[in-house]
Ligand binder design. Sequence first.
Ligand code: NAD
Length: 503
Amino acid sequence: MATLSEVQTVKLLLDGEFRESAGTQFHEVKDPATQEVLARVPFATDGELDAAVKSAQAAFLEWRDRPLSDRARLFMKFQDLLKAHKTDIAKTLCRESGKLLADAEGDLWRGIEVAEHACGIATLLMGETAENVARNIDTISMQQPLGVCAGITPFNFPGMIPLWMYPMAIACGNAFVLKPSEQDPMTVMRVAELFVEAGFPKGLLNIIHGGRDQVDALIRHPLVRAVSFVGSVPVAQHVYKTGADALKRVQCLGGAKNHMVIMPDANRAQTISALVGAACGAAGQRCMAISVAVFVGDSDAIIPELVEAFKKVRPGRWDNADAAYGPQISPRAKQRVLDLITSGKKEGAKCLVDGSGFVMPGYEQGNFVGPTLFDNVTTNMSIYKEEVFGPVLCMMRAKTLDEAIKLINANPYGNGTSIFTRSGAAARKFQHSIEVGQVGINVPIPVPLPFFSFTGSRGSFYGDLHVYGKQAVRFYTQTKTITSRWFEDEGPAAGPNMTISLK
Ligand code: NAD
């Protein structure tokens, strides 16, 4: 095991160079399976943060005039490099986040797809035109960039979520300052090396590290025009209020409580496999993880089979081919899951599979939690009200589909939900009536691809325009509308009356 003085220090990306920070406060990045310190992350100083934003502003002033095809070609190179280095980046992601290799590759891939989408920026940026809005007068609208945009990202998708943000912002003609999670920043820095290698001008992407102080200072910086945030609900609310107070354009994606409805006619094997994968995959640390199963009518007859399936699931280290998922990100995150399991038992839920005592042989220091299944969960229990963010599934019953819809709509979150059924009528009713922004029909984790947007709603999202897709183009641009008239000869001058002058 490396001593602290041998451990690498994560660098900043400042004005096109990877530099040591002068910061004196550090966070240790640890392998969640062993607690081995992999790196230390310095929290940026005020001067570094200011330099990052100013470097982005200078880059923006040049970049906004770059032809769209030039921008697109750089993104083609970037996505190509990302694909060529996918597995080695995914291994870094595994080491610092604990994710299994296949899951880490998936995490990165979903980000690469956004970089691919940015290659089509020329079409995405097209505005609107109307000829003869009045006699001899035409109107066009165009989307122009904002300037410096900022992003703050969580630990649980270090490959995908930063790539949700800066490729679309930069393709639209902006420059970007990113503050990644201090818990697993090495993946982000490796991806940034490829961004620089692709040939983007210096200063277009700057990366600083830190916590609340750096986030607040970044949001309030006078040159920052828009802020994109993904993380927990309390921090999303704080960032949204801070951004709005500083008169910034803000989008904040927060936490979730995602329900899956099981109808009596659902395909048995598919339902069980979807429930196990969506509840336990990535150790339950996905904002779209299914954490509540709602059994309608006699669909609960599959519960004994589900219990057996849960008992067979085993976590493990990222390089263990038999493992179903990895450890929680930190001992603190593990303790939070264990506390919620304890509260579930105390508050009267029936624990059918208990993973709270799980210890991984050979990795006794790891943050592993075994798969956990609760029955008889009610809406007043903490395991129902809180986002557990662990491999824990709560089971509830509803007599009818209407009752299940009512239950889900009464929950404050709106990130994702799904229904498993063979009935088109039930699926149609669900998709129409459910007040959740992303709906899966026989799809447990319905994360939209980049030509759509990630559309969580209600308590899971603050703002109006969403990340990636066409909505991201709107978020990262402002609309300019131009009304024009050309005179062919010396005619009479227009009068003062607006209506007459437009005739
Ligand atoms: P977090 O809120 O603790 O941290 C997110 C980011 O905010 C990090 O960069 C962190 O450094 C920063 N931060 C932390 N405390 C802060 C504060 N007080 N003020 C300002 N910034 C602060 O979230 P996390 O634990 O890294 O990520 C998990 C959470 O993110 C879960 O709640 C999950 O549901 C949510 N999430 C949501 C989505 C979505 O699409 N809705 C996607 C991924 C994760």
